[in-house]
Design a protein around this ligand. Structure first.
Ligand SMILES: Nc1ncnc2c1ncn2[C@@H]1O[C@H](COP(=O)(O)OP(=O)(O)O)[C@@H](O)[C@H]1O
Ligand SMILES: [Mg+2]
Length: 376
């Protein structure tokens, strides 16, 4: 009898211990599996680290002291997109030919934020709550936004809208809300949405219900900003296709800046800027180039110069290979970099003309330039 009870007591203890062990193992393995299965988990961790890093940088720059643990999970996802001015390498000086636009942008948007006291007595001189940069591609919209982030002295969130529409994050409405609540915590703050037409294009009946709801929510949060006179959060958008934007969005962006294709004078200024500090031969006539590049955007001009400067390297390689009797295209190791740079000829006018004709040909085939007489 006695042996029986002590045996069963032991058995019970053993059972309890085993049960506890099994449940602990099950608990931790399920937890582990859940973490592995949750597709957002890795991104959430990454976002948290990034957000911590960005907020720390803001704090050391004396700009803002917002702790990560004061933010919700969604705000952290958005905080990972905060831009620090010192990480941006574009300033007003890197933009050519758009002085008027820049001047206007500084006066209507940046100054009212920086010098709030100057504008305090009037509601009318407050910074607009929405700013739209529009115009053909490659003419400097993103460039202007970057320079604004660097120079404005405000917090700047570069909102990647794909995180709002990504199905894995789900809860895109909560993320949309977090964009605004975070911006208000950070204010003065500019929220930049590049290619805004892809996100807030005219709503139509084929929209997925979730998308339509998210857009509606985004607009209503935005209205919240607009109606609050003490809040300095600005939404800045850029688009090549303003006609595709929902009219309700256009209404919320009263300050619009058209960044048009550069004219001859602007092209000259852009070329001067791009070729500044480049080894250019004396025969290069920038004026002639700027007149011959009608219909070229800033980024086309950059490509023109890049191709031209590749020709000089290509010529150098060919000459060298010829003199060494090597097969073309075989890399030759050099003794010193200086020797290499001395041996390279500067970019000559012919390089530009060859590059120009090549680009014009290809543009004509793409239909972005009307047929023209070639320049030889
Ligand atoms: N006004 C400009 N001054 C100097 N560079 C320019 C200018 N406009 C365009 N570029 C060049 O073209 C590139 C693309 O410009 P970007 O601002 O991205 O065009 P988008 O208007 O399509 O946003 C820039 O990185 C820059 O090298
Ligand atoms: Mg752009």
């Amino acid at each position: 009898m006695m042996a029986d009870t002590s045996f069963s007591r032991n058995e019970i203890v053993g059972l309890v211990v085993r049960l506890t062990l099994v449940s602990a193992v099950t608990f931790y393995s399920i937890k582990w599996i859940m973490e592995r299965v949750d597709p957002t988990n890795k991104n959430k961790k990454k976002a948290k680290l990034k957000a911590e890093e960005q907020l720390k940088k803001l704090a050391t720059a004396g700009k803002c002291t917002l702790a990560v643990d004061k933010l919700s999970e969604y705000e952290i996802m958005i905080a990972a997109h905060i831009i620090n001015p010192q990480d941006i390498n574009v300033s007003w000086y890197n933009i050519a030919g758009l002085e008027n636009t820049i001047q206007e942008l500084r006066e209507t948007v940046i100054l009212p934020i920086q010098r709030k006291e100057l504008f305090a007595d009037s509601q009318l001189t407050q910074a607009p709550k929405g700013v739209l940069l529009h115009g053909p591609p490659g003419c400097g919209k993103t460039l202007i936004a970057k320079a604004t982030a660097k120079e404005a002295g405000t917090r700047f969130i570069n909102l990647d809208v794909s995180i709002l529409t990504d199905k894995w994050y789900g809860e895109s409405q909560k993320l949309a809300a977090a964009v605004f609540s975070l911006a208000i915590k950070l204010q003065p703050c500019i929220i930049f949405i590049d290619e805004i037409d892809s996100f807030l294009r005219a709503r139509n009946s084929t929209d997925h219900e979730a998308t339509a709801m998210m857009k509606a929510q985004f607009m209503s949060f935005w209205d919240g900003l607009i109606t609050d006179p003490n809040c300095t959060v600005i939404i800045m958008g850029a688009t090549n296709r303003p006609q595709d934007l929902d009219s309700a969005i256009l209404r919320r962006m009263p300050a619009t800046f058209h960044i048009s294709m550069p004219n001859a004078l602007q092209r000259r200024q852009i070329l001067d800027l791009i070729l500044d500090n480049e080894p250019v031969a004396d025969d290069v006539d920038v004026g002639k180039l700027s007149r011959a590049t009608d219909g070229f955007s800033g980024s086309d001009l950059r490509e023109l110069c890049r191709t031209a400067s590749v020709y000089r390297v290509r010529d150098y390689m060919r000459n060298e290979n010829k003199s060494n009797g090597c097969v073309e295209g075989v890399a030759v190791s050099r003794e010193s970099d200086d020797e290499f740079h001395d041996a390279l000829r500067p970019i000559i006018m012919d390089d530009f003309l060859v590059s120009l004709n090549k680009m014009k040909d290809s543009k004509m085939h793409c239909g972005s330039l009307p047929l023209q007489i070639r320049l030889d």
